[in-house]
Design a protein around this ligand. Sequence first.
Ligand code: DX5
Ligand code: ZN
Length: 219
Amino acid sequence: MNKVSPSVMCINTMELKEKIESLDKAGVDLYHIDIMDGHFVPNFCLNGYLMKDIAAISKTPMDVHLMVTNPTEYIEYFAECGAEYITLHIEALMHPIRALKQIRSLGKKAGLAINPATDISQLTYMLDYIDLICVMTVDPGFAGQTLIPATIEKIRKIRAMFADAGKEVEIMVDGQVKESTAPELVKAGANILVLGTSGLFNAYTPEEYPKAIKFYQNL
Ligand code: DX5
Ligand code: ZN
């Protein structure tokens, strides 16, 4: 069974509480929290206060996707805000193994996010320290973009790289995961689906969430 992680940046802030309640009822596995600094990506969005507010009304764990230039400075902070998975961009890390170890030392799952144009060969040297790889299928920064097809092959290669080494890993896919793209992404090896605009919030009414979530979980 796959896990689904609705992208909270795609929820209208005015509707946050009712949407979270509906999604909890529909049985989502995680909430995907996008943090942007206006520097690593040309946009701003969620924050730690919001994570604490969500944690106060929901038991569903959160995965935090840090799209910031200096992610290692904020590992402890986001652990305190209630993140279960902390995902840092490989493009922003000088010493990725040190950062991954720090996340694990706080009892959290260590994630690495990879932009569409980033080569994956350096992952070979850090398989032992990674709990999750977040494969970006769009350049990060905005919801509602177009999926870059070459990233599907990248998922396959990452799945094979870990399997060949006899290691387990969770592969999250972020960007344009929707009814038409999700089957192929899962087939390629993804097991955590981030659901944004076209995959969930613009495609289904809250009444339809249970059915939609089951569809993605059972792919
Ligand atoms: C992109 C964000 C995604 C985004 C995905 O920078 O990291 O989480 O919300 O949205 P969709 O699925 O609409 O592309
Ligand atoms: Zn994201």
